[in-house]
Design a protein. Structure first.
Length: 345
């Protein structure tokens, strides 16, 4: 199979014009790769523009506060990406003089950067010979070469890399990596792949054996667990009670409302159920109840704080919290360019 040539020809005709493809700045390439983890290009594009304009350099990002970074990331989900982005920027600023490292091993050692992201930065920014292996690439290789080994196992990943290294174009590493990722994203898609337009149709094992919909194989299926959250909306004299999520749980370092368990709810003298909403996460299906109350139990005040309602929208909040606030008349509209006076934990 002449994979290199066919893939290069396909890429030349079908590649999307994306801003991070028009630069070899490792900071911008790294930024795009972090944003596009678990995020579609259509959604990630606006966040990339906002981040790159707000923080034009890695030094600018390093100087920002965590709350500012989290606020800019708001709505994108998987917030550990933003925390690691900020942490890495500080490390590069302090340990590398603000210059992104150009060795794969040094890149891989940075927080939040795994094998795939390190390979992408190394090849795209520095033209180093490191093949990328993300979900798109794994799907292409599995279908094309008929690999029935589960891709989410150590042995499966090793086999994918063995096949990929045999096909890898060492003369044009950046182009090959971008091409195979792009091919998996817009042609060899997870559902309804464009097999009729595929240049590898005659050589593709999955197409010839009618197993396209069954590949790639996975061993571990994600189990989505239900979870209930009860939020208390308490506004006193123009201030609203909030709390910062600091534990290793969903939405870490974002702000939400004080939570009440069933025991706390029963003790509330005056409470009104405002609404119940559903929110889907990768591993949890949330049922969220919002309760209006005139006073907050003292036990809940220990981990909470009051801020003026006008400052609420300047905080980074989870999507269902922000959506509730936007819908609800209890909370003031955003005030431009005003930073909240919040205590540190």
């Amino acid at each position: 199979m002449h994979m290199k040539k066919l893939l290069a020809d396909w890429f030349a005709q079908n590649k999307r014009d994306l801003p991070w493809r028009n630069t070899q700045d490792p900071y911008l390439i790294w930024l795009s790769e972090v944003i596009l983890q678990q995020t579609q290009v259509v959604q990630g594009l606006s966040y990339y523009h906002h981040f790159s304009s707000t923080y034009p350099s890695i030094a600018d990002l390093a100087r920002a506060s965590e709350d500012e970074v989290m606020k800019l990331w708001e709505g994108l989900g998987y917030y550990s990406r933003a925390r690691n982005l900020h942490k890495t920027a500080k490390i590069v600023a302090e340990n590398y003089g603000g210059i992104f490292p150009d060795r794969y091993e040094d890149i891989r050692a940075l927080p939040g950067i795994g094998d795939y992201t390190a390979a992408a930065i190394a090849s795209f920014a520095f033209d180093l010979c490191h093949p990328v292996l993300d979900g798109n690439v794994a799907r292409v290789i599995s279908r094309m070469f008929g690999m029935i080994m589960p891709i989410d196992t150590h042995a499966g990943r090793a086999e994918l890399l063995r096949i990929l290294n045999k096909q890898f174009d060492k003369q044009h590493p950046a182009e090959f990596n971008q091409a195979i990722m792009e091919f998996g994203a817009i042609c060899c898609k997870p559902r309804q792949p464009l097999c009729a337009e595929c240049p590898f149709q005659s050589d593709c094992y999955a197409f010839r054996h009618k197993t396209v919909e069954f590949l790639p194989m996975k061993k571990n299926k994600i189990v989505v667990k239900p979870r209930r959250l009860n939020y208390l909306i308490c506004i006193e004299e123009g201030c609203i009670w909030i709390k910062k999520r600091t534990k290793s749980d969903i939405w870490r370092h974002l702000y939400d409302f004080p939570e009440a368990d069933d025991k706390h709810l029963k003790k509330l003298r005056k409470s009104q159920l405002l609404e119940v909403s559903e929110h889907q996460l990768s591993h949890q299906r949330l049922t969220i109840s919002f309760w209006k109350t005139d006073s907050l139990p003292e036990k809940l005040q220990i981990s909470a704080q009051k801020i003026p309602v006008a400052e609420f929208f300047s905080l980074a909040t989870p999507k269902p919290i922000n959506n509730f606030a936007v819908r609800n008349q209890l909370i003031a509209k955003p005030v431009e360019k005003k930073r909240p006076n919040v205590k540190k934990f």
